[in-house]
Design a protein around this ligand. Structure first.
Ligand SMILES: C[S@@+](CC[C@H](N)C(=O)[O-])C[C@H]1O[C@@H](n2cnc3c(N)ncnc32)[C@H](O)[C@@H]1O
Length: 254
């Protein structure tokens, strides 16, 4: 929660922009918070090694550590800010019900958000704003490891690729950049495809196409390669089998 709050208040962004260590009073003044609250938050960040502190004649001056500059500032190419906000506003709320989760052996979306746990995306997509934050968060992970994952195998012989549940398209973008002869079609729920087109993938990115559909209830078109990235963990074994069988039937032979 300390990390989420420091991200949300913009502590790491401010310290990056300032270019020099700042006192807790200045940080509180710039971010419009209480002085005591900010002082305690900054000390907790130091304890977590998210900030470093220099004790000078003017008092304690705080600066970002390398890890917070790289991962927690909004402007960094490897920023995980959106993922932090998603964890803070959605995932972390569910942890309040860990006891019930262990007793019942199921996720706690229903208790937390009043939405059936059979539909995990109903909770994540409870508003367009939440959906957009979720998509931005999912995208941000690929700035760290997308290229390594896609380069782990030589995929250059595949030209027609479907990214099932491709969301905001960060992996598709990495894929077409690494394999310039490929076209990646993002297959996702209609409202996700709409937001992806509006906010995440520009029409100039011609090697990225879209297919709006539900991979359980609609058909999956033929392709040479299917990406299922961070998909199977969302579903029980029966659903996973159902999806993998559909992919097997749709996949171009050879
Ligand atoms: C955890 S996200 C992973 C996003 C992306 N593949 C990635 O690796 O960043 C799961 C994705 O599956 C999509 N999804 C969930 N149910 C779906 C369904 N029935 N049909 C198509 N896509 C679905 C979600 O909208 C979301 O984009």
């Amino acid at each position: 929660q300390v990390m989420f709050t420091a991200c949300e208040l913009g502590v790491f962004d401010l310290l990056l922009e300032s270019g020099e260590p700042l006192s807790s009073d200045s940080i509180a003044a710039c971010l419009g918070t209480s002085i005591t609250g900010m002082e305690r938050l900054l000390e907790a960040c130091v304890g977590l090694k998210l900030l470093a502190v220099d004790v000078t004649q003017e008092g304690a001056l705080y600066r970002n550590t390398e890890i917070s500059t790289i991962y927690l500032t909004k402007s960094s190419p490897k920023s995980q800010y959106h993922m932090m906000m998603y964890y803070s506003n959605t995932v972390y709320l569910c942890w309040q019900h860990l006891t019930e989760a262990v007793r019942e052996g199921r996720n706690q979306y229903e208790r937390t958000f009043g939405i059936s746990s059979k539909d995990p995306f109903g909770a994540m997509y409870r508003s367009e704003e939440e959906m957009s934050k979720f998509m931005a968060g999912q995208n941000s992970v690929w700035s760290i490891c997308g290229r390594d994952v896609l380069a782990a195998f030589d995929l250059s012989s595949f030209t027609q690729i479907y990214d099932l549940g491709g969301g905001g398209g960060a992996l598709a973008r990495e894929c077409v950049s690494l394999y310039p002869n490929s076209t990646v079609t993002i297959y996702d729920l209609p409202k996700v495809v709409q937001v992806a087109k509006e906010q995440f993938v520009s029409p100039e990115e011609r090697q990225i196409a879209f297919h709006a559909g539900d991979f359980f209830n609609d058909s999956i078109p033929e392709a040479e390669l299917y990406i299922l990235s961070k998909i199977l963990h969302d579903w029980d074994d029966d659903k996973c089998k159902q999806l993998l069988e559909k992919v097997y039937r749709a996949c171009k032979p050879g």
